[in-house]
Design a protein around this ligand. Structure first.
Ligand SMILES: Cc1cc2nc3c(=O)[nH]c(=O)nc-3n(C[C@H](O)[C@H](O)[C@H](O)COP(=O)(O)OP(=O)(O)OC[C@H]3O[C@@H](n4cnc5c(N)ncnc54)[C@H](O)[C@@H]3O)c2cc1C
Length: 351
């Protein structure tokens, strides 16, 4: 087993709720480690709507989702959260206080991620939103054999595509934004979309048409991929497409990137023996504890009578939850509540 990372609160999900919980925990001198399946923090805000304004965050008449995530990162920075990004929380086991190395005897948890990292903590806060985002894959024969061998569903590092021939498929913001971005990076970019109209932001649609007219990208609408060319050993060499106007043809490419969006799946969280209703984790409204002592669920992932899936509500849930977490971790200590105006600017943790 790799050397475990030890923390006070293990937060599964680095969306807005997981991030803000780091701040509230930090005020109580509790450290947090966050695990997220996505390669970046921010959850739905970063992944689905970074450029959309949000109007119901107290004190911000309007804030772009991406900016709110930046501000949350700035706010929690003094509390030095640590992260395991790009990896799914897979296996959760209960461990004894001794195994956890705590004198108080408080038992805890050991989490193993999809990349084999191990994190141990006396408290787990599930802030998994709609679940972990899994890419929607096109139904092409043998596509699994080409995954990471020319077929990618998420762009983690655009530099990988420098001077390569890229075929992108899709009609949403992600497909449009990456087409525009990669036009400057890749040797050749082709975008195919099964309709003539796009679902993405109007200015991105205009930009893609401008790039196509200027010959900087190739655009084929009313087209879809029907087969992958190449071999599992040698990797991808091209994609066979079917178009309404020209029939079938092949496009030679080094990478095929279908960007059809991500669909959330409750995934492993649903197998941890917690009370689940309608794909959400059942909690009480006193401290957002689940049916398992020491495991809490906050934000979009939980359900209780009157639940609203709003960022603001998740912030409240995280705030109450950490008070309860403190009592579990330090059963002997009295928690004295102080306003931040009284405490002064959070100094955070050293090192
Ligand atoms: C288009 C759109 C507009 C919206 N507008 C508003 C608005 O105006 N105001 C508002 O308040 N709310 C709005 N919402 C809702 C808001 O985005 C959610 O309430 C908020 O994102 C919930 O935050 P969260 O941290 O609970 O979950 P999320 O943002 O969903 O983050 C959860 C994270 O957990 C990760 N995760 C899940 N399972 C695992 C696992 N097993 N392992 C590792 N990681 C995992 C996911 O990858 C994800 O990053 C909007 C939502 C959408 C889609």
């Amino acid at each position: 087993m790799p050397k475990p990372i030890y923390t006070d609160i293990l937060i599964i999900g680095a969306g807005p709720v997981g991030l803000f919980t780091v701040f509230e925990a930090g005020l109580l001198k509790l450290r947090c480690h966050l695990v997220d399946a996505l390669p970046q923090v921010g959850g739905q805000l970063t992944e689905i709507y970074p450029k959309k304004p949000i109007y119901d965050i107290p004190g911000y008449p309007s804030v772009l989702a991406g900016e709110l995530v930046d501000k949350l990162e700035e706010q929690i920075a003094p509390f030095k959260p640590t992260y395991s990004l790009g990896q799914r929380a897979e296996k959760l086991e209960r461990i004894s206080g001794e195994e956890l190395g705590r004198d108080s005897g408080v038992e805890g948890f050991r989490l193993t991620t999809s990349r084999g990292e191990v994190i141990e903590a006396p408290v787990v806060a599930i802030a998994g939103g709609l679940g972990s985002f899994e890419p929607r894959k096109p139904p092409l024969p043998n596509i699994q054999a080409f995954e990471d061998r020319g077929v990618d569903y998420i762009i983690r590092d655009p530099e990988v595509y420098r001077d390569k021939r890229i075929l992108i498929a899709g009609g949403g913001d992600s497909a449009l934004d990456w087409t525009i971005f990669l036009a400057e990076v890749a040797a050749e970019v082709t975008l195919i979309h099964r309709r003539t109209s796009f679902r993405g932001a109007l200015d991105s649609v205009e930009k893609v048409h401008e790039l196509a007219q200027a010959g900087k990208i190739k655009l084929t609408t009313e087209a879809q991929a029907i087969a992958l060319e190449g071999s599992a050993n040698e990797g991808l060499s091209g994609v066979r497409i079917k178009t309404k106007v020209e029939g079938e043809r092949s496009i030679a490419c080094d990478n095929f990137i279908p960007l059809f969006g991500l669909s959330p799946k409750l995934g492993p969280i649903g197998e941890w023996g917690l009370g689940i209703e309608k794909n959400a984790v059942v909690v009480n409204t006193r401290d957002y504890a689940t049916s398992e002592a020491g495991i809490y669920a906050i934000g979009d992932i939980n359900t209780y009578p009157g639940k609203l899936k709003l960022i603001l509500c998740g912030f409240h849930e995280g705030t109450l939850m950490v008070q309860s977490a403190f009592k579990r971790i330090y059963p002997e200590q009295k928690l004295s509540f102080k306003y931040t105006t009284v405490q002064g600017q959070p100094t955070g943790f050293e090192g």
